[in-house]
Ligand binder design. Structure first.
Ligand SMILES: Cc1ncc(COP(=O)(O)O)c(C=O)c1O
Length: 395
């Protein structure tokens, strides 16, 4: 692991301490769940001047402030502000609406989360923004795709199904020379394992539904931005009326406090199971950037301080009934999409129909696994039972 010990120490402590104001919280460790629309002003003068720390429920409460301060501290000195959204997708769409206008051109990594793609091809296209998809491994050759009207580049490192690892610093370098902003969906690593704003990214998105919430019980999104992008993000959030419910804000902050221990566990068990899977005769390839054989390993090692618990495998060619037998046999691995909680998950996936800049041809059925916090030997035994059922269908 490419851990800078100092950076990890700092992040671990910040996750626990940042955004806490025990005096304002009357001694309590956690902020209250403030439910509020109306904020009252003390005097007519205050009202006329809009004077007061909080002015309207949609624009922030003591609960949202605590979460935002904690996230700003975690993102590091290049973070000028963090916006809150009711889901990861809402965070992405708000960021794009903030920085694009009719007539603009957008470059999007071909391994991007599919609903991001649907927004670019749907609503953004309808509003006159043109999108070009690019090979995640393009690096600085992305220069050839820029036009005079290219305003932004979206990256996802690694892609959350296929796990290619774009070279974000190289892409950001070119984007900035061309006057474009870089947006990163940093959900896989979180700012605990990848401080994307330190690597040339202007806007870093979290589907906080995943690891920040960490318990599969909220929908939530955050948009962290540097000083160049933050005024545009803050303005869009205000104009669009984007906000989140107070219980979810509180749960996001509560999840954040234990992010380090959970992620270290997801990483350890994830790599253990990934290595175990790599030695299984049924597995053709493991797609995990923290494994030394992975094509994205050098970039991961350079830019990330750890890996979360989400990765994919490609099985050797097998009929669908064999894959379904595996899926129907495993008990600890649930079949579900929203990863990042405490539980293990498995889903089949196939990117063939929606890739446009690259071809998805893995050479066998692909499965994505999320390794949760269960005992790792129990998880291996569960998968082994799944492979027994898989093999039984082939006899
Ligand atoms: C990489 C990535 N980004 C964004 C999202 C969207 O998050 P949400 O479900 O909170 O809208 C997801 C959800 O699966 C995701 O995997």
């Amino acid at each position: 692991m490419a851990v800078s010990d100092d950076a990890t120490r700092l992040a671990e402590t910040r996750l626990v301490t940042a955004g806490r104001d025990t005096t304002a919280q009357k001694g309590f460790v956690n902020p209250p769940v403030v439910r509020g629309s109306t904020v009252l002003y003390s005097t007519a003068d205050d009202l006329h001047a809009h004077r007061g720390e909080f002015q309207y429920g949609r624009h922030g409460t003591p609960t949202t402030k605590a979460l935002q301060q904690a996230l700003i501290a975690l993102e590091g000195p290049n973070c000028a502000g963090v916006g809150i959204a009711p889901s990861g997708v809402a965070a992405i769409t708000t960021a794009l609406l903030a920085i694009l206008k009719s007539g603009d051109h957008l470059l999007v990594c071909d391994n991007v989360y599919r609903p991001t793609r649907l927004f670019c091809n749907g609503m953004l296209a309808r509003y006159g923004v043109e999108t070009t998809y690019f090979d995640p491994l393009i690096g600085s050759e992305i220069a050839g795709l820029f036009r005079s009207n290219t305003r932004a580049v979206i990256v996802e490192a690694p892609g959350s199904q296929s796990f290619e690892m774009p070279d974000i610093p190289a892409i950001a370098n070119v984007a900035h020379q061309c006057g474009a902003l870089v947006v990163d969906d940093n959900t896989w690593a979180t700012p605990y394992f990848h401080r994307s704003l330190d690597q040339g990214v202007d806007i870093s998105i979290q589907a906080a539904t995943k690891y920040i919430g960490g318990h599969s019980d909220i929908m939530f999104g955050t948009v962290s931005a540097n000083a160049k992008a933050w005024p545009m993000i803050a303005d869009a959030i205000r104009q669009l009326g984007v906000c989140a419910g107070p219980d979810d804000v509180f749960l996001a902050l509560r999840g954040l406090r234990t992010l380090a221990v959970r992620l270290e566990h997801h990483q350890r068990s994830g790599l253990d199971i990934a290595n175990w899977l790599a030695a299984r005769p049924e597995v053709r390839r493991v797609l995990h950037p923290a494994m030394s054989h992975d094509p994205g390993h050098a970039i991961w090692k350079r830019d990330f301080t750890g890996a979360s618990g989400l990765f994919s495998i490609v099985l050797k060619e097998a009929p669908q009934r064999a894959v379904d037998a595996l899926l129907d046999t495993v008990k600890l691995f649930g079949m579900g999409y929203s990863w990042g909680g405490f539980e293990s998950l498995i889903i089949p996936f196939d990117c063939t129909s929606y890739r446009t800049a690259t071809k998805w041809a893995p050479g066998g059925p692909a499965l994505r696994l999320h390794i949760g916090l269960e005992n790792v030997e129990d998880l291996k035994a569960d998968l082994a039972a799944g492979f027994d059922a898989f093999n039984a269908t082939l006899r």
